[in-house]
Design a protein around this ligand. Structure first.
Ligand code: CMC
Length: 392
């Protein structure tokens, strides 16, 4: 039993080699295929980041136009999917719907499940990137009892998604370009983050040769937890609970108290021991969105900014290197964009789908790839003899 290294939470075990994403947690650096996240978020768009993650290089103009066209071509879901949605309770959490529907894609698209065929792998990848916004918007519409809005394919990726979420029948809906740009940037910031829990889940599921859509459903299930993708929802709930800046010290004290399970949501990270570079861009995006919507003096933003300042100068947080992560500001932005809290993790899943697929593809295409099969340190009973029920 002493043969294996015990590494709970895999804090020091590399599970794979990867060329996709690099993180230097001590210095707060995040690179996709070598490009810094702030440059991608500032100058590029989400589909360009998708292309980069999948193919390894930024596209030229023709490649970009072709990729955008191919993704757009796949945005519709099978009409029968509508009925699949209606099988869920109408108050189902949209993440529960996402897990089920993403997995069900495997039953709708048999032709893209031959993972030994490179072309089919790419078709499956494009389908998932294209259909995830449609499915996410359908989950939202279903949860609020409104009819589904079909994709409008002369719009860009983010605008199309906002329209599918917020347009209502018989009313004009114009996408606000500032808000669409913010949505697109939020997608870029969430696109990939190397071997986090959900990505590792997708790789582990995929390592057995499982259907790619089912692997993504496994990733969605893992992302749902509050220590991972669910943190943006939890962070916003926490800011709402704090309510006013004068209550911040009370919550800081609770976060420091070892006997209290409370943690500052949106703070701390397994890898970043410095400011999460995504949190900086997210904070800027929050200000842009609130400015565009004319929201002045948002009480949650006020609490967030003050909480951040207090925590960053507090000995406990300094010593443990706890800084705001991406989830600290994303909730305020998403709420301002009009999304209810139960949609936040859905948006994370939508954006992270490309990262999951890129990592899944990289693994499938790696000739040294083996089925993922961790070992354990057995701490149970030694061998013993069965006792018949009458003698127990
Ligand atoms: N508030 C108060 N104390 C904290 C916090 C926090 N948010 N995060 C970590 N600590 C303390 C923790 O109590 C522990 O103290 P000690 O060493 O005295 O036992 C120490 O810092 C190290 O924490 P850990 O749980 O061992 O660290 P980890 O790397 O396993 O956990 C984390 C990382 C992100 C799960 C954790 O920081 C956390 O729970 N944060 C709040 C939830 C959150 O914001 N999650 C989003 C992560 S970023 C997006 C994503 O990955 O999806």
């Amino acid at each position: 039993t002493g043969k294996f290294t015990y590494d709970p939470g895999f804090t020091s075990t590399a599970s794979c080699e990867s060329k996709i994403t690099f993180i230097d947690g001590d210095n707060g650096i995040l690179l996709h295929r070598g490009y810094p996240i702030d440059q991608l978020a500032e100058h590029g768009d989400f589909l360009e980041t998708c292309y980069l993650l999948l193919y390894g290089e930024l596209p030229n103009k023709t490649q970009k136009a072709d990729f955008d066209y191919r993704v757009t071509h796949h945005t519709m879901v099978h009409e029968q999917m509508n009925r699949f949605f209606t099988g869920f309770r109408r108050d189902a959490h949209p993440m529960a719907i996402m897990c089920g529907v993403a997995g069900a894609l495997s039953a709708f698209y048999h032709d893209s499940t031959d993972i030994s065929d490179e072309h089919q792998r790419m078709v499956a990848s494009l389908r998932m990137i294209a259909k995830m916004p449609t499915i996410a918007a359908m989950a939202y519409k279903y949860s609020i009892g409104q009819p589904f809005v079909y994709p409008k394919n002369d719009l860009d990726y983010a605008s199309n998604f906002l329209r599918m979420c917020f347009a209502v029948p018989c009313e004009e809906y114009e996408v606000n370009p500032v808000l669409a740009r913010a949505m697109d940037r939020i997608f870029i910031l969430h696109a990939d983050h190397e071997q986090n829990a959900s990505t590792s889940t997708v790789r582990l599921a995929g390592s057995s040769g499982a259907n790619p859509f089912a692997c993504i459903a496994a990733g969605i299930a893992c992302l749902w937890g509050p220590a991972h993708g669910g943190a943006n929802e939890a962070a916003l709930n926490m800011l709402a609970e704090i309510g006013t800046p004068d209550r911040i010290p009370e919550f800081i004290d609770r976060a420091k108290d070892k006997d209290d399970p409370f943690r500052l949501m949106g703070f701390g990270h397994r890898v970043y021991k410095n400011y999460d570079p995504r949190a900086k861009i997210m904070q800027k995006t929050t200000h842009e969105v609130l400015g565009e919507l004319g929201i002045k003096d948002d009480p949650m933003l006020e609490v967030a900014m003050e909480l951040e300042q207090i925590a960053l100068t507090d000995e406990y947080f300094i010593e443990k290197k706890l800084y705001p992560n991406i989830d600290f500001y994303s909730g305020i932005t998403l709420k301002a964009l009009g999304f209810p809290t139960n949609m936040f993790t859905v948006l994370f899943a939508l954006a992270r789908t490309v990262g999951w697929i890129a990592q899944w593809k990289e693994m499938i295409e790696d000739p040294s790839q083996k089925i993922g099969r961790p070992r354990q340190l057995y701490t149970g009973e030694p061998q013993r003899d069965y006792i018949p029920l009458s003698k127990r």
